[in-house]
Design a protein around this ligand. Structure first.
Ligand code: ZN
Length: 127
């Protein structure tokens, strides 16, 4: 069996599909990096952690390594970009439920055709 390769480092953040999400985070004042988020002891493993005070989003390097090995680079990069946008949505609305966050991301992915989400965020000064 081939030994596992090195975990992806911040190089994943420079991949084209991820760069846009990193740039979006930067516009909102957040830096993004990859680190091993440790062992979660059987609980659902998060893709990323948001630290609103430190203005950082940390992607789980271990999870990204697994995604890279099992799904390939394109899907691992899509996972990273989605995780960044998920955490940005949490930052924009700290009281939103996971369901609301997913709805926001679906609207954003669909270009938010009726502009409702964006209008609400702009009105609140969140963008
Ligand atoms: Zn969440």
């Amino acid at each position: 069996m081939k030994p596992p390769g090195p975990p992806p480092d911040d190089a994943v953040l420079r991949a084209a599909p991820v760069r846009a999400a990193v740039a979006e985070a930067a516009r909102r004042g957040f830096s993004v990096r990859c680190r091993d988020l440790g062992d979660w002891g059987g609980r659902v493993r998060p893709c990323a952690e948001l630290d609103p005070a430190a203005r950082t989003i940390v992607l789980d390097a271990r999870l990204l390594a697994a995604a890279l090995a099992r799904l390939g680079p394109a899907r691992a990069q899509a996972l990273a970009a989605t995780a960044i946008r998920h955490e940005l949505a949490h930052a924009a609305d700290p009281h939103a439920s996971e369901r609301e966050i997913r709805a926001y991301l679906r609207a954003a992915a669909a270009g938010d055709p009726d502009g409702t989400v964006r209008a609400a965020l702009v009105a609140d000064g969140r963008t």
